[in-house]
Design a protein around this ligand. Structure first.
Ligand SMILES: *[C@@H]1O[C@H](CO)[C@@H](O)[C@H](O)[C@H]1NC(C)=O
Ligand SMILES: *[C@@H]1O[C@H](CO)[C@@H](O)[C@H](O)[C@H]1NC(C)=O
Ligand SMILES: *[C@@H]1O[C@H](CO)[C@@H](O)[C@H](O)[C@H]1NC(C)=O
Length: 378
């Protein structure tokens, strides 16, 4: 009796072992199509406040938070930690990709078990590519830590949920990275220790780090990437305040963003060769926003320079970026480019996400758009 049951166990163990590397028994749950007919099963998101959907709410010492009104005033769930009035670019991509639900925030304790099968958002407002970029904002999660959270916590749980090795399931997920702006705004331009370092060297260093971080994700099994550009930092209300501008923007900040973006765009070509089987789309949100600011009326906007919400100034204990808690807000959010001192309104996010998904201009999406990339075999 004892002998039979232990040999039964032995065979069970043997068949599990035989199955695990191939997983043909369970991996049928990971098809190229999701229930709604979209090509991707889900999305993993890394980066800063432009893509954060509430991770900082769970960091007790973070000053970079958007979990109060008027943030979320146009979002179905109200204030959620998204740094805008409504949906951010990630929420809008969820719609384009026909994913069944919004992507949950990693730091939310409810983001466990079956909740992770369509992806997880690791992004953290005020964070950067470099580990020390977010330190001004108290506790934030830098990009290296975001990737460690993905590797050490989410990946093992995903393998359990899907009954599948990550190398088999991850090609069906989109990996979106939106970061870099804070490495300039809160690091390069703010710290005297950078006075020695030229913009070119600093930028080369940033993109070299980002390249290593993308390769790490590729080693873990990621194959389809979206890299968001840095926005025109010099056009944001917080930067324009009390500073000379040219065509409405502070040139030195825009030059930095532009330099980073051209490095990132060339990285697309270099890195594809170094990451076998992968494809990567560069989304030029810089150009998309710059085009709106140059010609707001024709793009449906009336105000491209002031904030929609009332921003707490430095004398009021704020930083010129975040909305005042419970403060005033403009009546027509969709006529404004900027919601607060730094972050665009949902109306701008709609334009970025739509162009990211379907634009046919290589100056907006390079080398192709997300729709084309997700439909291609590799
Ligand atoms: C700046 O440059 C000086 C002289 O080249 C050097 O001694 C110093 O260590 C540098 N500082 C930093 C922070 O790199
Ligand atoms: C990049 O940054 C690291 C750490 O700050 C530094 O040691 C290294 O010299 C930098 N490299 C370049 C190319 O600037
Ligand atoms: C809000 O602004 C948009 C864009 O400028 C405009 O099309 C729309 O008519 C405005 N809505 C209201 C209620 O004023």
């Amino acid at each position: 009796m004892a002998a039979t049951s232990s040999s039964g166990l032995f065979f069970l163990a043997l068949s599990l072992l035989a199955c695990f590397p191939f997983c043909s028994c369970h991996c049928s749950s990971v098809s190229n199509k999701n229930a709604e007919g979209g090509m991707m099963k889900g999305m993993f998101v890394f980066g800063s406040s432009l893509v954060d959907n509430g991770n900082n709410n769970f960091l007790p010492n973070s000053l970079a938070r958007a979990d109060y009104l008027p943030y979320g005033i146009d979002f179905p769930l109200g204030p959620s930690g998204r740094f805008t009035n409504g949906r951010n670019v990630i929420d809008l991509l969820v719609g384009h990709l026909k994913l069944p639900s919004l992507i949950p925030a990693f730091a939310d304790p409810k983001t466990r078990g079956s909740k992770i099968v369509h992806g997880v958002n690791f992004a953290s407002g005020a964070s950067g590519i470099l580990d020390d970029t977010g330190s001004l904002a108290g506790h934030v999660i830098n990009l290296n830590q975001q990737i460690r959270n993905f590797e050490e916590i989410t990946l093992p749980e995903l393998e359990t949920q899907l009954g599948c090795r990550s190398h088999q399931s991850l090609p069906n997920y989109l990996f979106v990275v939106g970061t870099g702006g804070n490495d300039y705004s809160f690091n390069y331009f703010l710290r005297s220790s950078n006075k020695n370092v030229s913009l070119e060297i600093f930028t080369a260093n940033l993109t070299a780090s980002l390249s290593r971080q993308l390769k790490k994700l590729h080693n873990l099994g990621a194959r389809k990437f979206v890299a968001m550009s840095v926005n025109p930092l010099g056009c944001s209300p917080v930067v324009r305040m009390n500073r000379p501008t040219h065509n409405g923007c502070v040139q030195s900040m825009n030059r930095a963003a532009h330099l980073f973006n051209s490095h990132l765009k060339s990285l697309v070509d270099v890195i594809r060769a170094e990451m076998p089987g992968s494809s990567l789309v560069f989304v030029n949100s810089y150009k998309i926003i710059r085009d709106i600011i140059k010609n707001p009326i024709s793009k449906g906007f009336k105000d491209s320079s002031t904030t929609c919400c009332e921003v707490a100034s430095i004398s009021e204990g704020g930083n010129g970026i975040l909305c005042k808690r419970g403060g005033e807000v403009c009546a027509n959010r969709s006529s404004h480019v900027f919601f607060d001192g730094l972050h665009p309104t949902e109306a701008v996010n709609v334009q970025i996400a739509t162009k990211a998904y379907v634009s046919s201009l290589k100056t907006e999406v390079y080398p192709t758009n997300i729709a084309r990339m997700t439909k291609s075999k590799i």
